[in-house]
Write a protein that binds this ligand. Structure first.
Ligand code: ADP
Length: 260
């Protein structure tokens, strides 16, 4: 996909310069961080900035190297080879974004190996072919290091093949600006939402698997702009998505209702 319009992306650190440098040096990039911290938006922005085609694969438990590389499909009585998204990106010199790479089956690590070092080649084992990546090809992957159980880890030997950047929740002023830009909500409401997020993020003792992301705040602001009402919007867009535990739900409801 070629991105024609500039996506709104608010830089949080030095990520734009780091990505530019990695692209120039032909190094693969790993974006680490919890969900909803702007990783996908950042990749879209960079693809736009560099004028490159972006091919995104949302990895899940069933994603295998075949899904990335390609497979033979039956056309009538004939078996025809069809390039997978990774092969397409390698041939076109596009950016491939493997979102949540750690979720995929382990065999994809083997598939991307030779692309992440000086060889920049992809082996199409089913065809017995080896293809060299076009000049502008870039491999970008994201993963959620989640320190709680249930999250998959990425092997050190794989991680060390990437330039890696951490995505965290942005500073207050920046997060307020993101919410305002994304939704057109007023300063005071945006600020109140960020305060709620900060409060919940600091409640480590609740043991939430994932805490309030910028995405949840953007969604809450969108709901507030409707007829739903601020308090209900916060409940359904921030509190309810976080947990199913009745006790924690009540704690969070009581806490947030006082802040909006
Ligand atoms: P991730 O890929 O980390 O799960 P996304 O890139 O999908 O997260 O971000 C979720 C939403 O949060 C975006 O759609 C956007 O509204 C907002 N967002 C988060 N961080 C930023 C940022 N730095 N600039 C612009 N929007 C952001």
């Amino acid at each position: 996909m070629k991105i024609n319009e500039e996506p709104f992306y608010k830089e949080i650190g030095k990520e734009v310069a780091i990505f530019d440098a990695s692209y120039e040096q032909k190094l693969p990039v790993l974006l680490k961080g919890p969900t909803g911290t702007g990783k996908s938006r950042f990749v879209e922005y960079m693809a736009w900035k560099l004028g490159k085609e972006l091919i995104t694969v949302a990895c899940h438990e069933e994603t295998s190297s075949t899904d990335l590389i390609g497979r033979f499909i039956l056309k009538g009585t004939e078996a025809v080879w069809q390039d997978g998204p990774l092969t397409q990106a390698v041939k076109k010199g596009a950016i491939i974004y493997l979102d949540e790479v750690a979720e995929a089956r382990p065999d994809i690590v083997v598939a991307i190996h030779s692309l992440t070092d000086y060889r920049r080649t992809l082996f199409l084992d089913k065809l017995g072919e080896e293809i060299k990546a076009e000049n502008g090809f870039m491999l970008v992957a994201s993963f959620n290091p989640g320190y709680q159980k249930g999250f998959k880890e990425l092997k050190p030997s794989t991680r060390q093949r990437f330039v890696a950047m951490s995505f965290e929740y942005p500073r207050q002023e920046i997060e307020i600006e993101i919410i305002k830009q994304e939704t057109g909500i007023d300063q005071n409401t945006a600020k109140a939402l960020v305060k709620i997020a900060e409060k919940i993020r600091n409640l480590g003792e609740l043991g939430l698997t994932e805490t309030v992301s910028t995405r949840l705040l953007v969604d809450a602001a969108k709901m507030i702009k409707t007829e739903v009402g601020k308090r209900l919007a916060v409940e359904v867009a921030i509190v309810q998505p976080l947990t199913d535990d009745e006790e924690i739900l009540n704690t969070l409801k009581n806490l947030t209702q006082l802040m909006i």
